[in-house]
Design a protein around this ligand. Structure first.
Ligand code: RIB
Length: 335
């Protein structure tokens, strides 16, 4: 195994100088830096990250636990985290925990054993064991999509889901659609609860009732949206419009409506939430609420690295604004 001293001997410099070049920890004369870099290349030297971590107590590695990178929402958010990590010289260890409490706990333990420097948690639903384990560990941590934090010094970054839901309902009402069904997420899904509260408030503001029969709980996946739409269409008079709490659910519901022979959007309007890229290619193209997904990830990791590098305190809660994206799946207002 090639060591620092081998590089130093070949380059004709001290071990300390080689260490400064490798760790970029002090300015080194360009000619000397070049000589060291040529020796590193010639010997194919690779720093011993385990030894460096133990010595510096820094691994320059961020751990991230997500619900599932399968959903394009999470993959776009992960991209925002990863790009910033790379730009700042950090590695990212990504764990898909599928919102299963035991997996969340197991992955957290693994990441802590790997001496990560900081943690990002992007899990839509958090088990009691996981929240307790999060509370016990002391690493700088930023949570996304969380309702509240288990520990005062854990930062939260979210979209403003109540505003997003209000924008969706107001758009449907503005198009003359007031018989609205909601396809929500599970009851323990904090973002879904926020969207439901926002939708209820927007309806109450205009005196519009939201009967329980018009609220269907889904798994926030395409299959759940497809099944929920079939239930709606089989259960009696269909609504004028459906507000799905994420785009995957909306796309599944849209498919079921087309399969049932409905002409969209004239016979049924659909609006989603997230603005994942595939929505623009649905037929009709999906009107939705844009979450600043990439920015959510970039904001979370930027806060975390600022804390790690400069000790900057976290902003307790950051809510990024959603916005309405009008495409084709909500009908125009009738004359
Ligand atoms: O599509 C995944 C959904 O769950 C998104 O709306 C995001 O907010 C997460 O909570």
């Amino acid at each position: 195994m090639v060591r620092l001293k081998d590089v130093a001997r070949l380059a004709g410099v001290s071990i300390t100088t080689v260490s400064h070049v490798v760790n970029q920890s002090r300015a080194v004369a360009p000619e000397t830096r070049a000589r060291v870099q040529r020796a590193i290349a010639a010997l194919d030297y690779r720093p011993d990250t385990v030894a460096r971590t133990l010595k510096s107590r820094r691994s320059r590695t961020i751990g991230m636990i997500v619900t599932s990178a399968d959903n394009p929402f999470f993959s776009a958010l992960i991209r925002g985290v990863e790009d910033h990590c790379f730009a700042c010289g950090y590695s990212l260890m990504l764990c898909n925990a599928d919102d299963v409490d035991d997996k969340q706990v197991a992955y957290l333990e693994t990441l802590l054993e790997r001496r990560i420097d900081g943690l990002i948690v992007m899990t839509s639903r958090n088990g009691p064991g996981f929240l307790a384990a999060l509370n016990r560990q002391a690493l700088p941590t930023v949570m996304l999509d969380a309702a509240a934090t288990p520990r005062p010094d854990i930062a939260v970054v979210n979209d403003d889901s109540r505003l997003g839901a209000r924008l969706a309902i107001e758009h449907l009402l503005a198009r003359g659609l007031d018989d609205i069904a909601l396809l929500t997420g599970p009851a323990d899904h904090p973002r879904s609860e926020e969207r439901l509260a926002g939708a209820r408030a927007a309806c109450e503001a205009v005196g519009l009732a939201l009967p329980a029969s018009r609220i269907i709980v889904t798994n926030l996946q395409a299959d759940g949206g497809h099944a929920a739409m079939r239930t709606l269409l089989n259960k009696g008079p269909r609504p004028q419009a459906v507000f799905a709490f994420n785009d995957l659910t909306a796309i599944g519901a849209l498919r079921a409506a087309v399969d049932a022979g409905l002409r969209l959007p004239d016979e049924l309007s659909i609006i989603g939430y997230d603005d994942i890229d595939i929505g623009r290619y649905a037929s009709p193209a999906l009107t939705t609420i844009h979450q600043p997904i990439y920015e959510l990830g970039a904001t979370a990791i930027a806060q975390l690295i600022e804390r790690l590098e400069h000790g900057r305190p976290f902003d307790p809660v950051t809510a990024l604004p959603p916005s309405l994206v009008i495409r084709e799946s909500v009908r125009q207002r009738l004359p």
